[in-house]
Structures are given as structure tokens and as C-alpha cells.
Design a binder for this molecule. Structure first.
Ligand code: DUC
Ligand code: ZN
Ligand code: ZN
Length: 478
């Protein structure tokens, strides 16, 4: 087995930072040592197979993106990243584990949905991967199937209060699924938007001729997110289910999560880079000769971008600092403009919802360190350590300590990353929602279970190296 010493870098954890060397034996971390350690009278650097010089760089646990949708069937098409292209792009950006959503659609069985996701992923991933389960049809059969999932390493499931006729669950169905969550300890993940009311508003806008992408955000008003978040919290309170709100974008929804947490309820939430950096106003302004007023389709996602004038973005950054929100995931759900987003020309309701960001999450959140929104430690906590704890991977992932998988990123604070320029990203998309973003840092080297998969702007990974992660129950619950 190859032994590796990462030497001279500043190891950053969720709780501190310091100069240290990291010894890797094969796929796992063997020791975290004082710099220049001597072992049995021998200079350690001279006795290992490989030395990686990390001088001047941060040595952090690999990123964990706990919310991705590779190959998701949606809006009459399919998310454009496969497990192969999506995990490769993740590695490029310093993410070494993903948790994707296996899908049960209406009228199908959970077991079949999960088996299909194993088939899609197996042998195709560059980095390790796990699954949550989308429950798109809450029936007695699917509830029974849900109870068996923790034994298969799937310890969380997602329900939708949005998308009537597609993934939507009504309150009775949510209540029943939450009872399973309470009984098994599985985490209920909630897409909290009032779908039936949104659909009425959207239809009224289209009838008035308001069909541009911008109106997607008008139809999906913040009141619909606040209301659904509150309803989910109360149903969780009633049943005793642990609850995790996905893709929080409205400041009023954050207030709901904070309110529940202050009362001691097991309620958590994530936001995504698009809700920190992008806004409804910018979506309105988006236009180009090439796409005309349809340019804004690039940023059609749900929950939607929110108004900067209303202060939602500032509120998200603050919530990340105060731990009112615990994590940043991407909700990576990419669609190309050509033949995909274009389906919604003339009717924003037909634009497939989603933004691709998996490659940029670590960089975009690091920029929050540069601008003073976050500390270095909080950056690591939000992007790696808490995702590991929240979703039952901690110890193995999310931390640099003996026994953990050697998923490690060397991040250069003196480097620079220009995002999306000339379509240089590795996601399978014909545009970037992040074009023009400049990052004062750079992902230099990425190790996935001890193997260098990215180094010096070169990809060295292999499809099929990623293994399925059997997850335990959440390690974050109060
Ligand atoms: N939101 C998106 O933007 N895309 C897919 C599903 C979702 O909830
Ligand atoms: Zn969602
Ligand atoms: Zn999602």
C-alpha cells in the first residue's frame, strides 16, 4: 500500500487550524503529526512512498455535497450531468463525496427507484457517493419500503410540498411519512414551497402574457416558502420527526427554522450558493442578443432566486454564521440551454428547474472567507464536516483524523479561479450560471481515499473508483 505524507500545510478543521503533516496509509489517514516528525529515529518524509508539499496551502477535508441530482428526469427532460460527468466535475472543484437523490416516481416502487439509481451510479463515479430517497408516491407499500432503507445505508428521504402531479405530497401523506421518520430515525428532508398555490399564481401570470423566466420567481413568492416551512415544522413537531429543510432561499423561511430550533426542535436547513450570490433582480436584467429575454432561464430553479432589495442574500450569510442554517449544498441540477431550458420559451412553467454548481461550491464558499462573511473553520464546517455529521458519515468523512478516509483537498489562498470563462468548466452544460465570478483561491490538489484525482489543473481520476457510501443515521440530532 502506498504511503503518502502531506507536509508543510495548514490543516484546517471545523474547530481550528495549525501547521501539521498528514500521514496517509493506502486509503486512510494514519496520523496527523507535528511538522517534520521523526518516527523510530527516521525522518518520516524519507520513509514514505510519496511526499506532497503543501507549503502555503490549506489542507482541508474533501467537500461533501449532500444535494445533487444526476440524471434526474424533470420537466420532460433529464438533468444533463451523468454520475460520470457530475462526479468528475465535483472532484475538479474539491468535492470528494456526493449524496444524490434516488427517485421514486408516482405509481412506482421505492425498491425499483433505488435499484435504478444504484445501476446508474455503479462503476461510473470518480468519487464516493451515497443516496437519499425521494418519495414521490406515499402509499402503504412505499411507507413499508421506506422503513427498510436504513439497513441499505439510505438514512434520509425527501418529500415535496411543491410540484403537484409530479413529486407532490399532501399533508396527510407527509404526516404518515414523518411517522416513519420518527420511528426509524431517518431524517425527513423537505422541499418546502406551497405547490398548489404557486401553480395558480403561475397560471394567472401566463394568462396575463407574463411568460418570461423572471416570472418563475414572482410566482414562487417568499410567502409560499415561509408558509410551507412553517407547516413542515409543525407536522414534524406533532410527529416527532427530525426535519431538514432543503434549499432555503427566503429570509422568512430562515426565521421559521430558527424559531423551531430555539424551542429545541430537531429542525435544520441548508442553503445553496445561488441564494447567497444571485438575485431575482439580476435574473430580470439578464438578456443578450443570443437568447433575448430568455437568458434568465439560466437561473430558473426552485426555490427561486430572491430579491436583493428584500435582503434575502444577507440573511442567508448571517444564518450561516449564526448556525440558523447548518450547511451549504448545491442542489446541483444542470440543464443545457439548447433543447432543455429552451423547452420553456414562451412559458416559464416549462423551463426545467435547476442550476449546476457542483464544481464551484468549495470556491464560492471560500470567497465568503475572503470577503469576511465566514471564518476558514466555518467554511470547512459548512461544506464538509456538518454534511458528514448530518447524514451519518462522520468519522469516515468530513474530518482529517486517524482512521478517516484520506479525502483531502490542498487549497491555495494565493491562487485564483476565473469561473466559467470560455466554458472551461467540467459540468455537462452549454453555459455557466457562474460565468464571470472571480475567486481569490484555487483548488490545487484533491485526494479521494488516498488517490490523487486532481493535481495542478490536471484530472487524474478514474470512472468507477467511487464507492457507494452506506450511511448511518444522522449524527447531528439534538
Ligand atoms: N429544484 C430544482 O431547482 N431542481 C430540481 C428539483 C428542485 O426541487
Ligand atoms: Zn427541491
Ligand atoms: Zn433538489
Amino acid at each position: 500500500m502506498t504511503t503518502t505524507l502531506i507536509t508543510g500545510g495548514t490543516v484546517v478543521s471545523a474547530t481550528g487550524r495549525g501547521l501539521a503533516d498528514v500521514l496517509i496509509d493506502g486509503e486512510t489517514i494514519a496520523a496527523v503529526l507535528q511538522p517534520g516528525s521523526v518516527l523510530l529515529g527516521t525522518d518520516l518524509a524519507a520513509s514514505v512512498d510519496r511526499v506532497i508539499d503543501a507549503t502555503g496551502r490549506y489542507v482541508i477535508p474533501g467537500g461533501i455535497d449532500a444535494h445533487t441530482h444526476f440524471e434526474l428526469p424533470f420537466g420532460g427532460t433529464e438533468a444533463s450531468d451523468t454520475f460520470e460527468t457530475g462526479t468528475r466535475a465535483a472532484a475538479w472543484g474539491g468535492t470528494t463525496s456526493v449524496i444524490d437523490f434516488a427517485v421514486q416516481t408516482y405509481g412506482t416502487r421505492i425498491q425499483d427507484g433505488l435499484a435504478k439509481w444504484h445501476e446508474k451510479a455503479s462503476g461510473n463515479c470518480a468519487i464516493d457517493y451515497g443516496f437519499h430517497q425521494i418519495v414521490g408516491d406515499v402509499t402503504e407499500d412505499s411507507l413499508a419500503a421506506l422503513r427498510a432503507l436504513p439497513d441499505e445505508g439510505v438514512s434520509s428521504f425527501k418529500l415535496f410540498m411543491a410540484y403537484p402531479g409530479v413529486f407532490y405530497s399532501d399533508d396527510a401523506q407527509i404526516l404518515k411519512a414523518m411517522q416513519v421518520s420518527r420511528d426509524t430515525g431517518m431524517l425527513t428532508m423537505m422541499h418546502a414551497e406551497n405547490g398548489p398555490a404557486i401553480d395558480v399564481l403561475a397560471a394567472q401570470l401566463v394568462e396575463q402574457g407574463k411568460t418570461d423566466p423572471y416570472y418563475h420567481g414572482i410566482a414562487r413568492a417568499w410567502q409560499m416558502e415561509e408558509e410551507a416551512t412553517h407547516r413542515a415544522i409543525m407536522l414534524a413537531n406533532l410527529t416527532g420527526a427530525p426535519l431538514y429543510i432543503v434549499h432555503v432561499s427566503a429570509k422568512q423561511a430562515v426565521e421559521q427554522v430558527a424559531w423551531a430550533r430555539d424551542k429545541g426542535q430537531n429542525v435544520y436547513g441548508e442553503t445553496c450558493p445561488q441564494y447567497l450570490y444571485q438575485s431575482l433582480e439580476e435574473q430580470l436584467g439578464a438578456s443578450s442578443p443570443e437568447w433575448g429575454r430568455f437568458e434568465g432561464a439560466k437561473w430558473v430553479c426552485s426555490t427561486p432566486l430572491r430579491s436583493r432589495a428584500e435582503g434575502h442574500q444577507d440573511s442567508m450569510w448571517q444564518a450561516l454564521r449564526t448556525n440558523d442554517l447548518q450547511m451549504v449544498s448545491t442542489d446541483h441540477c444542470p440543464f443545457c440551454m439548447k433543447d432543455q431550458k429552451e423547452l420553456g420559451i414562451g412559458d416559464f412553467r416549462k423551463i426545467p428547474n435547476g442550476i449546476g454548481s457542483i464544481e464551484h461550491r468549495m470556491d464560492l464558499m471560500y470567497q465568503g472567507v475572503v470577503t469576511g462573511e465566514l471564518t476558514l473553520e466555518r467554511w470547512v464546517e459548512l461544506t464538509s464536516t456538518t454534511p458528514a455529521r448530518m447524514f451519518g458519515l462522520y468519522g469516515r468523512k468530513g474530518v482529517i483524523q486517524p482512521g478517516a478516509d484520506a479525502d483531502i483537498v490542498l487549497y491555495d489562498p494565493n491562487g485564483h479561479t476565473s469561473i466559467g470563462l470560455n466554458k472551461t468548466h467540467h459540468m455537462n452544460m452549454d453555459y455557466s450560471a457562474w460565468e464571470g465570478f472571480e475567486i481569490d483561491g484555487h483548488v490545487d490538489t484533491v485526494l479521494s481515499r488516498g488517490k490523487v484525482v486532481v493535481d495542478d489543473n490536471q484530472y487524474l481520476g478514474t470512472k468507477g473508483d467511487g464507492r457507494f457510501l452506506k450511511r448511518g443515521l444522522s449524527q447531528y440530532l439534538a
